[in-house]
Design a protein around this ligand. Structure first.
Ligand SMILES: Nc1ncnc2c1ncn2[C@@H]1O[C@H](COP(=O)(O)OP(=O)(O)OP(=O)(O)O)[C@@H](O)[C@H]1O
Length: 296
């Protein structure tokens, strides 16, 4: 698969503050890549550098295997903050202004309005739009010259639940057209729901990266106990789908391979003559996972 964006020890210092610290990662074509981290972790600075609006203090980055240039910039659409549309112009007229600035084909305007679900509202003035509609119009503007890559900074910030759902759905639909998306978010559940890949940032440092399923593992933890723990421990040694287990006081905590559930465990225990006195499934919260990753 082609690498769309490659970051090689990319760094940014603001005075003595190391905002981004030797960040190395790559974004493959067709992925929805989430840059996940709390406020101040360096996400916006990273996006600013790769979009050539913030000058790096060190390291390098390549778009499509090349240094940033007018040609590479033409292939990348970006939405860093809600753009300043003209409040008294209609959605369509606003996009006409953007199309002129970007020298984009005006025939794309209606297509993009339809794509973001504003086709029937193209004659409504911008000031009459809800925040969610404003954000969708901004996405239409970013897509006007049909870029291969879309860079988004916190695209659902400030939206109500319906607006959030609409924007997330739109991002997924844009990606389904074969576009690559790089998206910064401080919301773990957003990255889990929308992204295929993730890089976790903390204080400018890369803490983990890879496919979302690998990094944000949603394996449940089971807690079990029985009158006698020794035979339980012996059986757990032998069950191939038990990933790990540990005794904690009078119960045992364990995780199972994907595809196995507490029912499988309970059945196998019973077959071996062990009756569990307790079986609890504890879902690992996304917040707990995030703490685990960032404390590594
Ligand atoms: N122009 C600047 N001058 C000085 N410090 C800055 C500047 N821009 C950002 N910083 C600092 O750099 C660090 C990283 O900021 P950045 O905005 O990149 O993080 P972020 O993860 O995008 O957070 P947020 O979601 O709050 O924007 C923060 O400590 C921030 O205060």
């Amino acid at each position: 698969m082609a690498t769309v964006l490659y970051l090689d020890e990319l760094s940014k210092k603001y005075g003595s503050l190391q905002a981004v610290d030797r960040l190395t990662m790559q974004v493959e074509a067709g992925s929805i890549y989430g840059l996940l981290g709390p406020n101040g972790s360096g996400k916006t600075t990273t996006l600013g550098m790769v979009l050539d609006v913030i000058r790096p203090s060190g390291g390098n980055f390549l778009w499509f295997g090349r240094s940033v240039s007018r040609e590479t910039k033409r292939r990348v659409g970006a939405l860093l903050e809600t753009p300043n549309f003209y409040p008294y112009l209609t959605a369509k007229a606003n996009l006409q202004v953007v199309a002129d600035t970007k020298q984009a084909d005006h025939r794309n305007i209606n297509k993009m309005l339809d794509m973001v679900g504003l086709g029937t509202r193209s004659h409504t003035t911008f000031k009459g739009f809800s925040l969610g509609m404003k954000q969708r119009l901004a996405l239409a503007a970013a897509m006007l010259n049909d870029p291969e890559v879309l860079v988004l900074d916190e695209p659902t910030n400030g939206l109500d639940p319906q607006g959030i759902a609409e924007v997330r759905d739109l991002i997924t639909r844009i990606a389904a057209q074969g576009k690559t998306i790089l998206l910064a978010s401080h919301l773990l559940d957003e990255v889990e729901k929308v992204c295929t890949h993730v890089a976790v940032l903390q204080s400018g440092k890369l803490k983990a990266n890879g496919p979302v399923g690998d990094i944000l593992s949603t394996q449940d933890q089971l807690l079990i106990s029985a009158e006698e723990l020794a035979p339980v421990l012996q059986l757990l040694e032998r069950l191939p789908y038990v990933v790990r287990f540990a005794q904690e006081k009078n119960y045992i905590g364990l995780t199972l391979s994907e595809g196995y559930s507490s029912t499988d465990l309970n059945r196998d225990m019973f077959v071996q003559g062990i009756v569990l006195s307790q079986l609890l499934v504890r879902r690992k919260s996304l917040e707990a996972q995030f703490l685990e990753i960032t404390q590594k």
